[in-house]
Design a protein around this ligand. Structure first.
Ligand SMILES: [Zn+2]
Length: 169
């Protein structure tokens, strides 16, 4: 399969190529959504890479936080449809990160409260506010989902093309 560097360059290159297209072709009112989709696309390709299912450069990129992806890596077989499937892969990783991040945040506040060093924080109200974010900004969430899915699709298509070419030659 193509190296992590190739995936990174394709992600950044295609995102950069999309900038003038959006600037020239997309209605100025819709442009913020397009920028959001491009930013999410880049994040999806670089930080939520499909290759987080192995000890890849994408996995190492997470540095001291890489352990967050350790359970994911153990659960998901490399290049399976769960990690590399169109749509499923990136949305699942975004959901995984959201769940793991939320659990850690709630756990940290709970722990700090037990130790008596936390302010009067209420994780329940946080969750309520967070769920309001989902319902109040539907267009933004669609743009985010498009970016996430496209970022994963670029990766999977490149893997697929690479395998095909290798078989041909
Ligand atoms: Zn891959």
């Amino acid at each position: 399969m193509p190296s992590g560097k190739v995936h990174d360059w394709v992600t950044v290159g295609t995102a950069a190529a999309a900038v003038p297209v959006v600037y020239l072709q997309v209605d100025s009112l819709q442009q913020p959504l397009a920028w959001l989709a491009i930013a999410t696309y880049t994040f999806s390709g670089i930080w939520l890479s499909s290759d987080l299912d192995i000890e890849s450069s994408a996995y190492k990129r997470w540095g001291p936080l890489r352990w967050l992806w350790w359970p994911y890596q153990k659960m998901v077989p490399h290049r399976s449809w769960i990690s590399h499937g169109l749509g499923v892969g990136p949305l699942l990783r975004a959901g995984y990160l959201l769940v793991v991040g939320s659990l850690l945040a709630v756990g940290a506040v709970w722990g700090a409260q037990r130790l008596g060093i936390a302010w009067d924080a209420d994780p329940h109200s946080w969750l309520r506010n967070a769920s309001r974010l989902f319902t109040d900004y539907p267009a933004e969430w669609i743009a985010i989902c498009i970016g996430l899915v496209a970022g994963g699709a670029a990766h999977s298509l490149l893997d697929f093309a690479h395998t095909r070419l290798k078989r041909m030659f």
